[in-house]
Design a protein around this ligand. Sequence first.
Ligand code: FES
Length: 173
Amino acid sequence: MLFLATMKRRNFIQHLCPALTITQIALLSSSCQTEEEPMLPATTEEEKEFKRISALFNADGFLIEGKTVFVNLAHKNFVKLGDISGFSNVIEAGILLLKTDANTIKAFDNCCPHQGARGSWVLANGRFKCENHGNSYNTTEVNLVGCDSNSITGGLVRYPVTLYKTYLKVVKS
Ligand code: FES
């Protein structure tokens, strides 16, 4: 009886929708082929680097590798960068970070163009002011002036950055 019922059901399906049955067979065949292939997600260079760096950040949330600085934006030291006009001076890494709009964080050389101080920056009217002697410098890359060049005006040198997930990569020139 069971065999008879199975045969009737198969005949019924083949009679009613042969095209569907063929499609189902094709899909089944295709999914079997997929299962034989490796199911690893596509791994980008950024993802590989992210995984490597994630284990290496120091207790302050950054990592220096030669002229490259990685910053963990999820670290409590960088919460200010969540707000527009928020900034963070990573003194040991030589960078000054500034969030200029919802999607942009700029990185600058934190060496004052006047006499090279690195730890006295405040932000006022969109310019960084070094409180060592009170000179201020633009963040718009106009009339760039270098570290310790005795310049009392001009713009801070900007470094290129890339953002991937929660880490910011700064390449110092
Ligand atoms: S060292 Fe910065 S203003 Fe003089």
